[in-house]
Write a protein that binds this ligand. Structure first.
Ligand code: ADP
Ligand code: ADP
Ligand code: ZN
Length: 216
């Protein structure tokens, strides 16, 4: 069992890399952002509570996120590993994760810290497009779909997330620096962090990540 946490600023490429790694190795990919957007789309109680926080780029309250993730984790069947993408984002969430894994008789193996200069993160966020149907990620310049606004994978329509405007993207980067970056010292004190340079093409970063994890 390989349990991986990915931390890094919004736009660093966490989701893109986490999905590729999960597909290649059969890992469970857990992303609170994806789960929350699904809840908003479905109009569930969680979605209604989370929406305003997400639209303004603030973090959704810890209790909601912790319940969401612990529920998914308990329901996970036998998998060779788990990639947590965008969780934890606060110290409280990190402590809750330790507890969840302890209950499951597991532990965290590695925390991958994805680095990307702020201006590149803004470019990636403002050009991001997402499939409304299957959640696949695209980028207007860096990973364009074959047909404009149509998902290569499922033919669904692409849209721009409301929090990917330049203004909200910058607000989220601030929130990252203030609330999430402190986690890195929590994990480096435990000797768990590994740096991943997020620059370069999707393929280059994917190879770098597999080498860092000892998977190639
Ligand atoms: P995060 O989950 O960290 O917010 P994403 O994986 O969603 O980041 O990537 C943000 C945007 O940047 C997406 O539009 C994605 O297609 C694009 N992207 C991801 N990795 C790269 C890369 N290595 N080079 C260029 N664009 C990338
Ligand atoms: P990105 O990687 O581009 O920042 P995500 O999809 O991970 O985007 O997150 C989108 C939004 O969902 C966040 O801005 C926040 O409102 C909420 N969210 C996601 N993960 C968490 C978390 N661990 N704790 C609190 N809020 C979260
Ligand atoms: Zn799609």
């Amino acid at each position: 069992m390989l349990n991986i946490v990915m931390v890094g600023p919004p736009g660093a490429g966490k989701g893109t890399q986490a999905k590729m790694l999960a597909d290649r190795h059969g890992y469970l990919h857990l992303s609170p952002g994806d789960l929350l957007r699904q809840a908003v789309k479905d109009g569930t109680a969680l979605g209604l509570e989370a929406k305003d926080y997400m639209d303004s780029g603030r973090l959704v309250p810890d209790d909601l996120i912790i319940e969401l993730i612990s529920d998914r984790m308990r329901k996970a069947g036998a998998v060779p590993g788990m990639i947590l993408d965008g969780f934890p984002r606060t110290l409280r969430q990190a402590e809750a994760l330790d507890e969840m894994l302890r209950e499951l008789g597991q532990r965290l193996d590695v925390v991958v810290e994805v680095d990307l200069p702020e201006e590149e993160a803004v470019l990636r966020l403002t050009g991001r497009r997402v499939c409304r149907q299957c959640g696949a990620n695209y980028h207007l310049l860096f990973k364009p779909p074959q047909r404009p606004d149509v998902c290569d994978a499922c033919g669904g329509p692409l849209y721009q997330r409301s929090d990917d405007s330049e203004e909200t993207a910058r607000a989220r980067l601030q929130v990252y620096g203030k609330e999430t970056e402190p986690l890195i010292s929590y994990y480096s004190a435990k000797g768990l962090t590994r740096d991943l340079d997020g620059r370069g093409s999707v393929q280059e970063v994917a190879e770098r990540l597999e080498r860092l994890l000892g998977l190639r």
